[in-house]
Design a protein around this ligand. Structure first.
Ligand SMILES: Nc1nc2c(ncn2[C@@H]2O[C@H](COP(=O)(O)OP(=O)(O)OP(=O)(O)O)[C@@H](O)[C@H]2O)c(=O)[nH]1
Ligand SMILES: [Mg+2]
Length: 203
């Protein structure tokens, strides 16, 4: 039995996944996680260290690390990279001023060797607000098409209304499960999903 098969079998027994929620400060990471966990989202304050949440989805236990995104905290992100199965990159769709910064931080992250195999979900959050950037604007602002190293998908969502959250999580769980527990799914497929017209781009 090969090493990869043994690892897959052990992982399959525990059915656990490790997710890392990252993004600039104020993007909505903590609010998204609270909403997914059916907690009150009224009084969310900036994360100065990290939060851990455990969610069960599709029979898998998701151990989720939510790390503060303030500039002074970003150098500490690397402490959380080990054994990460998926990165959920949360974007504040109303933060036009920092969309380039956001792209640069994301590109820096994707160069990390320890994240090499991780699936990438980009949540375009705060879509409930008037004037939020469209999915295409965020895709271009973050230059997502240049990402060839990771399997990625960008999804619209709102932590306040809950729109798009479960769908996004379903996608990422399915991709990680496909990679860890099954070998049949395609890898390195990139998808952009737009709420009204769905466009699928395969790179
Ligand atoms: N309208 C709207 N506001 C949101 C949404 N998601 C988050 N917010 C608000 O945005 C602010 C920041 O949310 P947080 O969840 O603290 O953001 P964060 O990414 O965890 O920030 P850090 O912990 O500093 O990295 C809060 O005031 C939230 O209520 C959303 O989908 N819509
Ligand atoms: Mg937070």
């Amino acid at each position: 039995m090969g090493l990869l098969t043994i690892i897959r079998k052990n992982k399959a027994k525990s059915k656990e996944m490790r997710f890392l929620f990252l993004g600039l400060d104020n993007a909505g990471k903590t609010t998204i996680l609270k909403k997914l966990n059916e907690e009150d989202i009224q009084d969310v304050s900036p994360t100065l260290g990290f939060n851990i949440k455990t969610l069960i989805r599709d029979g898998y236990t998701l151990n989720i690390w939510d790390v503060g995104g303030q500039k002074t905290l970003r150098p500490y992100w690397r402490n959380y990279f080990e054994s990460t199965d998926a990165v959920v990159w949360v974007v504040d769709s109303c933060d036009r001023m920092r969309i380039r910064d956001c792209g640069e931080e994301l590109r820096g992250l994707l160069k990390e060797e320890r994240l090499a195999g991780a699936t990438l979900l980009i949540f375009a959050n705060k879509q409930d607000l008037v004037g939020s950037l469209s999915l295409e604007e965020i895709r271009d602002g973050l230059d997502l098409h240049s990402i060839k190293s990771h399997q990625w998908s960008i999804r619209p969502c709102s932590a306040h209304t809950g729109m798009g959250l479960e769908e996004g999580m379903q996608w990422v769980v399915k991709q990680v499960a496909g990679r860890l527990y099954w070998s049949g799914l395609n890898s390195h497929r990139s998808i952009i999903e737009i709420p009204t017209t769905t466009e699928i781009i395969t790179t």
